[in-house]
Every structure is written in structure tokens, then in C-alpha cells.
Design a protein around this ligand. Sequence first.
Ligand code: SAM
Ligand code: SF4
Length: 459
Amino acid sequence: MMIINDQQIRDCLAAAKEATDEQVLGILAKARAAKGLSLAEAAVLLHVTDPVLLASLYATAQEVKERIYGKRVVLFAPLYLSNECTNNCLYCGFRRDNKELERRTLTLDELREQVLILEAMGHKRLLLESGEDLSKVPIDYVVQAIKTIYATKSEHDAIRRVNVNVAATTVENYRALHAAGIGTYQLFQETYHRPTYEIMHPSGAKKSYEYHLTAMDRAMQGGIDDIGLGVLFGLYDYRYEVLALLQHAAYLEATYGVGPHTISAPRLRLNGNEPMPAVPLVSDEEFLHLVAVLRLAVPYTGIIMSTRESAAQRDRLLDIGISQMSAASATSPGGYKADDSQDASQQFATQDHRSLLEIVRTIGHKGYLPSFCTACYRSGRTGERFMGYAKDGEIQSFCQPNAILTVAEYLADHGNEATQQEFAPLIEQWLAKISDPAMRSLTQKGLRDLASGKRDIYL
Ligand code: SAM
Ligand code: SF4
């Protein structure tokens, strides 16, 4: 089965330009059922320009996100292991030919130090990141790093889920990552447009479009059933990329019975010294638009937003259906240590500099429920099982209680008195919204247990 069908994408995009307002309204009505969209329907929504229809598209995206996942927004932090890289992706600060960059690979002791800092901030979920250099960052080192992270515990705190975003690799190496207990394996195609891909990746192992595109097949064959796709938006026409991403998701679902657990939408951030041709980039408005279409096209998929986006833009994205965001991130190896200068070794400059506590408070004030939940992965709700729960919206009967329990735990250990008081009425409101009385009373019991000092409570 073909993964990306370029002609089909072009045909859908051309036909979509002719769509009427009635067709758009019909597609939005269908989208409201949260069963997803065809490629042609997604293409039509990507061409909406009328402000009233656009507002309706955003409202529908929000509604669908809440139908599947409820109000919860999961928080995590990236952790960079190494910025050594033998690839030369033209857009990336870690590219081999960037002689300005200070190269560094964390020792396991330095890694422990980073993990303790992240735990002290209150993080429970990490996304492990690295450049690709088999001599300096071999898979055995990555596996050791994952084990080290899980084993690094402080008084109350531990990292409970490690997701991984490292270079495309072999089935055998994916098997090793799976055995180390990773959560989601994420890999971004960067661009699904082959000619652009070839220009942007002139050398190194990442040069091969095919090898990169089929990485998720190898990951599945290696036993990883929880995978995350993504596009680096801005390299090529965003409408093309969204449809290609949807084709990739549909291919995985048809072939393995499991679609992507998450879709990441990193947006290109350039320093200005990248040796690359002009690219289309994506404006703030276009970005909101494409994220809303993704939400409607694959409603069961978590959509992840990073600190590549500004605080203001992330607050807007919350209202159109994103379900996970990174917080208080550093993008260089060692970057969480206060006395380390990040600039010389970072991958890109982050745009949202708020602390984790500030982000938790903003999410709460906007009426959403911050979550540090890691329950599904630890209760075996992964792959097809997770999709089963997500597709009919049943997952929120777990998400809501676990979000309440984990945010209460976070506030008890990392909040201050003011934030605890601020959140007390919100927690009562969220509890009242748990529709199943048995789940509600289990959550209430969990809160009492937390108050008496118990930790890591989940359903
Ligand atoms: N090195 C691995 C790879 O390339 O697949 C994985 C980790 S890499 C550190 C994570 C992602 O950062 C890349 O997949 C790319 O999408 C993104 N990235 C690279 N350069 C970027 C830039 N200038 N602005 C925003 N994101 C960028
Ligand atoms: Fe290396 Fe990944 Fe950056 Fe490419 S995107 S240069 S593979 S770290």
C-alpha cells in the first residue's frame, strides 16, 4: 500500500478551491460527530477564508476536542541528550555544518542532574530528544538514558513517562527502545513533499525520504504501538503537508490497526543564518487554521504544541483543540541547569518563557484542566486499546479524574498557598463534571489519599 499519494493530494487541493459555503457547512456538521474527515473534506476546510465560516470551524474543533478528551491539557518537557549530529538538515541548529554550535552529549550524571531539576519543577512526563550521531549517541546510550531517567527519583517526584524523539532507526533498535519502556515514539517527516525533503536533507542518514517515511513501519514491527507523527510546518505548502499527514495516519491505521497516538505541529523557527532557500513559512492565522483542521480530521489523536509558539499563540491554540503542550522548555543538552548558557548549544530559540506554574495557572484560568497524567501507558491502555477508548470519547472518563488527581498532586508538592487556594474551587467544579458517580467517588477518595500524603494515584 502506498503511504503518500502525491497526485491524490493535488487533486483534492484543486477540487477544494471550487467548494461552496453549503459544502463547508455540511462538512462542519459531519465533523461535529467526531468521526473524522475524508481527505477531500479536509482539503475543503483548509481553503475556508470567510471569517464566519472560519469562526465556526474553530468552534467545531474545540467542541470535538472536548468530546474526545474533555477539558484536559497534558503537560510535559523536552529533554535534550545530545546536539551532536551527522545529518545536515538545512533548517536545524544542530546540523553538522553549523560550526558556531557548541557540541555536547550529556553524561549519565549530567542527565540525572537535569532530571532532578525537571522533577523539582513538577514535571512527570519527558520527551527525550537528540541529534543523530551513531558514534556519540548509540542506541545503547539512549536505552541507558531512558533507564537512568526512570531510576532518578527524588523525595516525592519521579518521571513516569518518557516519550522519545530520536532519529529513524532499525527494527532491532526500535525493539530495544520498546523494551526500555518508552511511551510514544515520535518522528517527524519534516516535509512530505519529496523534492523539498531532498533539498532540505542533502546528506547523512536522514537524506533518504523513503527510509525516514517508513520508520514508523519499523517501529511497529519492533513492538512500539504508540507512535507520534509530525510535520515541520513552514518548509512547504501547509495544505499539502496536512493532507499528506492524514494519508500517513490512514496508512498506519489500515496496515497496523492503530493510527498515530499524537500529531506534533512544530513550526519552523529560523535564526537567519541557515543555508537554505526561501521557504513559504506559515503565518499565525494559517497555523491556527491548520491545527483546527487536523483536530477535526483525526479527532482521536492528541495534538502537541511546543514552546516554538509564543505564549499568546499557545493560549489561542488551547481554544481550538490542542491536547498536549510542553512547558518551561530548554532546547539544548544541559539547558535546565540555571548557570548553563543555552544559546550557544540550543536547537532553536523558544518563544514561550513562562514557568510551569504560570502555564498551569493560565490553563486553569482559561477553563481547562492541566494534567500530568501517565495512567494510560501504565495501565496498558496503549495502541489499539487506547484507540478503542479514544474513538468513542470514552477516554475522557479516565482523563478527567486522572487530570484532577495529578494537578492536585502537582499543586500540593510544587504550588504555593495562593495557587492551592486558587485551584480549590476549580477542582470542586471539575469533580462535579465527572458524570459517572463511581469514578467521581474514586477521584474524591484519591484526593483524600493525596491530602494524607499518598502519591502517584491514578485510575
Ligand atoms: N534528530 C531527530 C530527527 O531529526 O528526527 C529528532 C530530534 S530533533 C532534535 C526534533 C525536531 O526538531 C525535528 O524533527 C524538527 O522537526 C525540529 N526542528 C529542527 N529544526 C527546527 C527549527 N529551526 N525550528 C523549529 N523546529 C525545528
Ligand atoms: Fe540532526 Fe534532527 Fe537537527 Fe536534522 S533535525 S540536523 S537530524 S537534530
